[in-house]
Write a protein that binds this ligand. Sequence first.
Ligand code: IMP
Length: 416
Amino acid sequence: MAVRIVVGLGWGDEGKGRVVDLLGEGAAAVARFSGGANAGHTVVIGGETLVLHQLPTGLLRDGVLGLVGAGCVIDPAALCAEAEALGERGSDMLSRLLLSPRAHLVHPAYRVLERYDEKSRGPGAIGTTGFGIGPAYARKYARRGIRLEDALDRSLLEGLSKTAVEEVAGMDSAFDLEAEAAVFVESALRLAQQARDTGPVIAELAARGETVLAEGAQGTLIDPDHGTYPFVTCGSCVAGSACVSLGFGPSLVGEVVGVMKAYATRVGAGPFPTEIAGETGDRIRERGREYGRATGRPRRCGWFDAVLSRYAAGVNGCDMVALTLLDVLDELDEIPVCTSYALVPRDAVPVGRTLGRCVPVYEVLPGWKTDISGERRWESLPARARDYVEFLEKRTGTRIGMISTGPERDDIIHRR
Ligand code: IMP
């Protein structure tokens, strides 16, 4: 298989990190194709929890090559700091990373712009991660962005950085912008040494019969085209964008794997029809450790939404789905699943502003009330847990080939 793409089918935080880490075994290269420092991918290896933001998760495997596509936005200072914080492991990972010269850079002034933008929205604020992601993409499409290739020339980069600082003059930055701009320049110059066209690297690996794993960040429901607009991120996070971002043709795609959680979560603002208020939601949050890895914010928790998940699986053309965090539901007596919205036809999924007006219709399944954590065999799962998985398969029209039952690398059931 040439390229295998892994994408999130929810609002992000589906547990892609560990699925990517597992599927990365045997891959010659792993590639990020969207987003930037807003991502937070968690992997637990031998009891040690590692959270990666801009470094591709698959780079945790020795000797693998890492790629970052043109559709990503790179915060150079944060990327260097992330590698440094991981010590020797981080510098080794960074040395195996190749960055598209066409990827845009996130200047610290963009965080200032973002704060103002969010404030100006009042109660309609998006609830962004605050890492300047939106302004970086906005400036890219306004043709005012700074790209990694600009860092191949110090004076060009310094000029662009100076302009970015000047543009926010008079705005309250809440941090030392001049100092951060200086770190931005030095970090970008350092990373520019690793600039490389990603498309030819992938084509060459494919020609040699190697596999490249393209790891998605965020999730389909916060994709700017297909997500719950305007409460979305700005990088395209659906499977098709892997080709666009990394610069290879769709003919190289061998498999698309979607990752969905056994329940739903959302961080930030925006409609969430199946959100659970009160104690049950709190219990799921605690059992699932549902706090943002990039920001620490508590995630909103809800029941599985088969309408949105089916839609998301379709947008990505998933060959297989990995269902994560099934063990989090172990203690529940009953588990509602949203299978339709009142008065909404099945083929007109309202993912925009009108989603907030939709009333979910639930089918209620019995809980299995058994500790399944760490279970690795499908046959050993309680019948009701298997029924739940098969019900989700049927209602989402997907094939669930992997099920995670705990945080460790091997707490996983492979099916069929
Ligand atoms: P931004 O990406 O910082 O612009 O944030 C836009 C929206 O996407 C906010 O609701 C964020 O909470 C959400 N978001 C961005 N990245 C992630 C992620 O990795 N997981 C979950 N939500 C995210």
